[in-house]
Design a protein. Structure first.
Length: 449
């Protein structure tokens, strides 16, 4: 069975769909690993400076309204989109309110993705290069869809259909773009800190720093999307990402929970085997935000899922007051707390009381060590403000965006990379942050049109 790509048949050693998807996608993942290798094996600059830019605290300004949505602006830093209703209705609201942006961003992003494929061809076997040359990246992503659709909730594609119908952006283009995360896992950093580590407030703080592509168009369309689904379809939650992106890489929920994620390019043998047949990780993370009410729910979801590629995940629960990390692959789902911190290394990844953390990757001594030093330096007074000023800026992590959540008082600090033609510093960790009250976001009144 070759699905919609019979033209692959002359080049396949075995015409079995899941095997083809796995082979093609593993190679594409390897291209991302090669790109990030020198960066990950480096370390922060010893001349890194604190981020002393005042935090933006002005209220968001309403710019547009739809039957099922509201669009706000926060200066030129980001937009905030609220959507209500069924999956399809929420998609319609997004497609309507962001129509102009989506009709520029999505085609531009797709062309950018296509422009990156050529660098892969010299790094793969000749027969596989021929497949990619003949069928294209679109075929590889369509195979990814076939390999993952049985593990994906129908509501994702219902929302995507609404987004497509309202904006006019091609549905298949949207679907393919949403599977890019399975191919190009970012580096990134995270921590969860509570109890003695945050004794100045007693709160649970969680960091998610996204180190990904700042050359492409992602940086030009930052967006915080706040979902208010119907009562039969979960609870309120937010995604920090970019326009039209409905999976979750960064986010928090009205259940006082948040997610973090790191793509692992440098695993050790304990990760076992990867797979490309299962639930895309950005969809699993969204399910945690949208449906899970406790950390135990999230642990059950992660450990029982049909998992795919190598990752580190993090989930915090402000109701319980603590955070857990996850060594995540097709083969393993290990729950990690401060006493079983992995990888175990007293020099560059030491245990820190009431803290779980990773800097940039699994085996990444330079960044892990610097992150451990900063967390130790501010242990007892790890806060949102200190994270901005002295942790992410000194570790130099979070080039595309950063989200810091106080899951006790439900506050969010977020920053985004400089847009094309913008002014000021380039990376999110050295730019101005916005501050938001998440309880106000959950309680935003629905439109009355």
């Amino acid at each position: 069975v070759l699905f919609a790509v019979p033209r692959l048949a002359p080049y396949l050693p075995m015409a079995v769909s899941s095997r083809v998807a796995a082979c093609v996608l593993v190679v594409l993942c390897l291209s991302a690993h090669t790109t990030n290798a020198a960066y990950c094996h480096g370390s922060p600059s010893p001349n890194a400076q604190p981020n002393t830019i005042p935090i933006y605290t002005e209220a968001p300004v309403l710019v547009a309204t739809h039957t099922n949505g509201k669009l706000y602006s926060m200066a030129n830093i980001t937009q905030i989109l609220h959507v209500w209703g069924s999956p399809y209705e929420m998609g319609i609201a997004q497609g309507t309110l962001l129509k102009a942006e989506l009709n520029i961003f999505m085609p531009t992003l797709w062309e950018y993705i296509l422009s990156q494929v050529g660098s892969v061809l010299t790094k793969v076997p000749a027969w596989l290069a021929k497949i990619i040359e003949t069928a294209g990246i679109d075929a590889a992503l369509d195979l990814t869809y076939e390999a993952t659709k049985d593990y994906t909730g129908a509501y994702f594609y219902e929302e995507m259909q609404g987004l497509s119908d309202a904006s006019g952006v091609d549905f298949k283009m949207l679907r393919r773009i949403h599977l890019i995360g399975e191919l190009t896992k970012g580096a990134c950093s995270m921590y969860g800190a509570w109890d003695t580590a945050t004794s100045s407030t007693g709160h649970l703080f969680q960091l998610r720093a996204l180190d990904w592509d700042t050359e492409g168009p992602y940086k030009d369309y930052p967006l915080i999307t706040v979902y208010h689904p119907n009562s039969t379809n979960g609870h309120a939650f937010l995604n920090v990402g970019f326009a039209g992106w409905i999976g979750s890489m960064t986010g928090a929920s009205s259940e006082q929970m948040a997610i973090s994620e790191i793509g692992v390019s440098f695993p050790d043998s304990t990760f076992g085997e990867e797979s490309r047949v299962g639930i895309p990780f950005t969809y699993l993370l969204r399910d945690i935000l949208q449906f899970d009410k406790t950390l135990d729910n999230a642990i059950d979801r992660i450990t029982t899922a049909k998992r795919t590629c190598d990752l580190i995940l993090g989930v915090g629960d402000g109701k319980l007051g603590y955070f857990r990390g996850f060594q995540y692959s097709s083969s393993v789902a290990n729950v990690i707390d401060p006493l079983n911190l992995l990888p175990a290394n007293d020099t560059w990844h030491p245990q820190i009381k009431d803290v779980v953390y990773w800097g940039m990757d699994w085996l990444c001594p330079g960044y892990n060590q610097k992150l451990s030093q900063q967390l130790t330096m501010y242990h007892g007074n790890i806060t949102g403000e200190n994270t901005i000023q002295y942790i992410t800026s000194i570790v130099q992590t979070g080039n595309l965006h950063i989200a810091i959540s106080d899951l006790t008082s439900m506050e969010l600090w977020a920053s985004f990379a400089r847009k094309t033609g913008g002014t000021g510093n380039q990376y999110a960790y050295e730019r101005q942050f916005v501050h938001l009250d998440m309880n106000q976001l959950w309680n935003e009144p629905a439109p009355t049109l």
